[in-house]
Write a protein that binds this ligand. Structure first.
Ligand SMILES: N[C@@H](CCC(=O)N[C@@H](CS)C(=O)NCC(=O)O)C(=O)O
Length: 278
């Protein structure tokens, strides 16, 4: 391997990093401009965009509504992350980490903010006692997979996806490293799903809602266009699981919310009432 970069003693932010998201990458946190977030009529105000992390939450809301929980009504506002909306003063108050999704719940005496998609799923599951198993051993399995997803997926998005799809040049070393890890993760999932219908047994839960938008989308070839490179067809149980989840009408509805790319007929940039998805 050719050694092309010798790190200086102290790293400085003196040139753009390159790659698809270079314009929004900064080594400091906090807001770049003053703007409050809009607030609609419903108890839940979601600020998001339909990336795999974003759709986890819109799917959860649509699943809750399809079970008849009217109190799960929500407004979903579009945050244009490519334009830096996540750095507005209002967004930073909802999520100091400046990443979608961020949720505000106005149904309690004081507004509650929740950030991190896994925390939002758990918050809503506990609030409505839905999509989280009540038997302690099954609940533990559900939470284990939920936290597994949150901890493992940065290797898929920030590691494999970044170097395979977004980096300005292709480098063999990081692509090898992350392809190895992602195939290992797919194998972990495939073995688990060979033993049960869903990640935490036979009931669909927030563990599946968190995991399918990433690994299911990957094996269906819609993420990073890497199906051939990673030979995803060998993960038959992941494919079976993902295909069955994708058939759920709440998943199809939730996936359309805050979507501003791809098939025009599947784009609903903001959702403020049920009829926005008709
Ligand atoms: N661990 C976080 C990750 C959130 C995340 O990375 N969001 C991305 C979109 S998928 C984002 O907002 N990126 C904008 C940025 O990095 O400035 C979660 O699951 O909520």
């Amino acid at each position: 391997m050719i050694d092309t970069y010798k790190p200086p003693l102290v790293w400085r932010w003196d040139k753009p990093s390159g790659g698809k998201f270079a314009s929004i990458n900064r080594p400091i946190s906090g807001s770049t401009h003053e703007r409050e977030l809009p607030i609609g009529n419903h108890p839940h105000q979601l600020y998001s965009v339909a990336t795999p992390n974003g759709v986890k939450v819109t799917i959860m809301f649509e699943e809750l509504l399809s079970l008849g929980y009217e109190e799960a009504e929500y407004d979903a506002w579009l945050i244009k992350i490519g334009d830096g909306d996540q750095f507005s003063s209002g967004f930073v108050k909802a999520n100091p980490n400046s990443k979608i999704p961020a949720l505000m719940d106005y149904s309690a005496a004081e507004p509650i903010r929740i950030f991190e998609s896994g925390a939002i799923l758990l918050y809503l599951a506990e609030k409505f006692s839905a999509f989280i198993p009540s038997i302690p051993s099954v609940r533990a399995e559900c939470l284990s997979w939920l936290f597994w997803q949150m901890a493992s997926t940065p290797y898929l998005g920030g590691g494999f996806g970044h170097f395979y799809a977004y980096a300005p040049e292709k480098y063999e070393y990081p692509i090898n490293r992350y392809a190895m890890e992602i195939k290992r993760q797919l194998d972990v999932l495939d073995k688990a799903l060979s033993k049960s219908e869903y990640l935490a047994g036979n009931e669909y839960s927030i563990a599946d809602m968190a995991t399918q938008p990433w690994y299911g989308t990957l094996v269906s070839g819609k993420l990073y266009n890497a199906q051939q490179f990673l030979e995803v067809d060998q993960y038959t149980h992941v494919k079976r699981w993902s295909n069955s989840i994708q058939k759920r009408s709440a998943v199809q509805r939730g996936t359309r919310v805050n979507r501003v790319w791809g098939d025009k007929s599947k784009q609903v940039s903001e959702r403020h009432q049920k009829s926005d998805l008709d």
